[in-house]
Design a binder for this molecule. Structure first.
Ligand SMILES: NC(=O)c1ccc[n+]([C@@H]2O[C@H](COP(=O)([O-])OP(=O)(O)OC[C@H]3O[C@@H](n4cnc5c(N)ncnc54)[C@H](OP(=O)(O)O)[C@@H]3O)[C@@H](O)[C@H]2O)c1
Length: 185
């Protein structure tokens, strides 16, 4: 079981525009990365509240909670937030807050033998790195730059303990996978 920060990013390290648009990502022509094999291995999802609310809006899940299973799947979804957020009927969404390390045992237990997909954003990714909770970072880099936006990592995210595991060209995309060296080694 691994905890993976799997995400698309611009060349200059943005996940989305400042107003959370992914139009730049959907506009890239040609062959597209296929992350379905990874998605099938993930048995728990983790994300921050902006990403969760983007997902609710993108898939119209506030008005159509019955679409949750088809859109997201049956696995538990852990959302970090200090707020009360809408919970679609029938969805296994669990709201967490505060120290990431304190919640790791619950997340790992829910994932069982499967992988944990840490979807972002960048602040939560930095918290996972700092807690020693990330095993891998998988980036699908788009041939796009943005002048501003939501960063791939933010906050206290200085980290050089990464080993390149693979690099692959997929059409206009570059997929880069890094292993995170544990703090104890
Ligand atoms: N390119 C891609 O493939 C990709 C992948 C993932 C995300 N995205 C997009 O990138 C953007 C990311 O947005 P974002 O940078 O704002 O990040 P985010 O991680 O989705 O949301 C950040 C928010 O999560 C809550 N939070 C984070 N850590 C917390 C903690 N430890 N305890 C309690 N609450 C915590 C806080 O909000 P509250 O406490 O106020 O709720 C915080 O403002 C979104 O637009 C998303 O759709 C793109």
């Amino acid at each position: 079981m691994v905890v993976i920060y799997e995400t698309a990013t611009t060349l200059n390290g943005f996940l989305a525009t400042e107003d959370n648009s992914l139009d730049w990502l959907f506009a890239i022509p040609g062959e597209q990365p296929d992350i379905r094999p990874f998605m099938e291995s993930a048995t728990a999802l983790v994300m921050g509240s902006t990403t969760y609310e983007w997902l609710l809006d993108m898939e119209d899940l506030r008005d159509h909670p019955e679409k949750w299973q088809d859109s997201v799947g049956a696995h538990p979804v852990f959302v970090f937030s200090s707020r009360d957020l809408p919970l679609p009927d029938g969805a296994d969404v669990r709201i967490l807050a505060g120290d990431v390390g304190r919640h790791l045992p619950e997340i790992r237990a829910a994932a069982g033998d499967g992988d944990i997909w840490m979807m972002g954003g960048g602040g939560l990714a930095a918290q996972f790195l700092a807690a020693g909770a990330l095993d891998r970072i998988a980036l699908t880099m788009a041939p796009v730059t943005l002048s501003a936006g939501k960063p791939l990592f933010s906050g206290d995210a200085r980290w050089d303990r990464l080993r390149l595991r693979s690099a692959e060209r997929i059409g206009e995309w570059a997929r880069l996978v890094y292993d995170v060296t544990p703090l104890t080694s």
